[in-house]
Design a binder for this molecule. Structure first.
Ligand code: GLN
Length: 303
């Protein structure tokens, strides 16, 4: 497959959509990002990476980190995690509180904020520093030692983090959270602030296309766990638009409010697309369209 020509065609096809939607305004440090950016990258199983547009430009990964945090927590701590977080689509916005009370403080899945806080809490218990552990993991898998936190974004989220604080305190009242809430929130905000490019993210996600094998050939997840993480991405990775994402794209995917989306073609390749304009669900408008074009043009979907 000529990935380079394909990506250039997709970029041209979605160009009219770049700039539509709005960047995440509830995190002031993200609101000022140039919405006319667009980049897309594909990494094959051996780590050859192709890209076009702003594919090497670092952006705020935000909730895309949730899939890597989940994989690390499973690899270090095993299945116990699933006692404290479910794996069903929420059908609600990523920062919603309502379901948590009905469901006794157990979040629906690890990819909404409440569930991600549970995963970070678990990683914090297992490692003592969840965000630094995650950063080292992302550097190793992408082969880029320069990947870093963005302190301005972390501070901005912390300052405007009332909703996440509410979720964490509420879960703590049910005993879902093991660590002190302020420490957990700080670690979570640092995690969300990690900056990476499309190339970095496509490379880092390869273990999901390689049935659990890391870049160095060692095993991160069993084949079965890799399947499970991909399945939860497909059903929950784009929040209350997961059905639409499965319908249009037909791949496991994970989005973030920085405008990035990672998608996996198991056994074949990984993709990452970035464009900061978001739809009302918090998913990149041009990013969704580009992934839709990719699977439509290539037939590379899980269906
Ligand atoms: N850091 C963001 C938050 O906690 C992540 C949300 C997202 O990317 N959907 O609100």
């Amino acid at each position: 497959m000529d990935y380079q020509a394909l990506l250039e065609r997709i970029a041209a096809d979605v160009a009219p959509l770049v700039g539509s939607g709005t960047p995440a305004e509830y995190i002031p440090a993200l609101a000022s990002v140039d919405r006319d950016r667009f980049g897309i990258a594909v990494a094959d199983l051996d780590g050859k990476v192709y890209g076009t547009g702003d594919w090497e430009h670092p952006f705020s990964t935000q909730s895309v980190t949730k899939v890597f945090a989940l994989a690390l927590a499973l690899s270090l701590g095993g299945d116990d995690l699933w006692d404290r977080v479910g794996r069903e689509p929420s059908g609600n916005p990523f920062n919603s509180l309502v379901q948590l009370e009905y469901e006794n403080g157990i979040p629906r899945n690890p990819f909404i904020n409440a569930g991600a806080l549970v995963v970070t809490d678990r990683l914090l218990t297992l490692t003592g520093d969840a965000s630094s552990e995650l950063l080292e993991f992302l550097r190793a898998e992408s082969g880029n030692p320069d990947i870093a936190f963005d302190p301005e974004v972390a501070a901005s989220e912390s300052e405007h983090g009332d909703r996440n604080a509410a979720l964490a305190h509420f879960m703590a009242s049910y005993g879902t959270i093991a660590n002190p809430v302020p420490a957990l929130l700080e670690d979570y905000f640092w995690q969300c602030s990690i900056e990476m490019s499309c190339a970095d993210l496509a490379l880092a996600a390869r273990f999901l296309a390689r049935h659990g094998l890391r870049a160095d050939g060692t095993r991160l997840l069993s084949r079965s766990e890799a399947k499970q993480v991909n399945a939860v991405m497909l059903t929950c990775g784009t929040y209350d638009a997961a059905g639409e994402f499965a319908y249009r794209v037909g791949l496991p995917g994970k989005s973030g409010v920085g405008g990035g989306i990672v998608a996996v073609v198991p056994g074949r390749c990984t993709l990452c697309v970035w464009s900061p304009g978001l739809d009302r669900h918090g998913n990149s408008v041009a990013g969704m369209a580009a992934l839709d074009r990719f699977t439509t043009l290539t037939g590379l979907s899980v269906f």
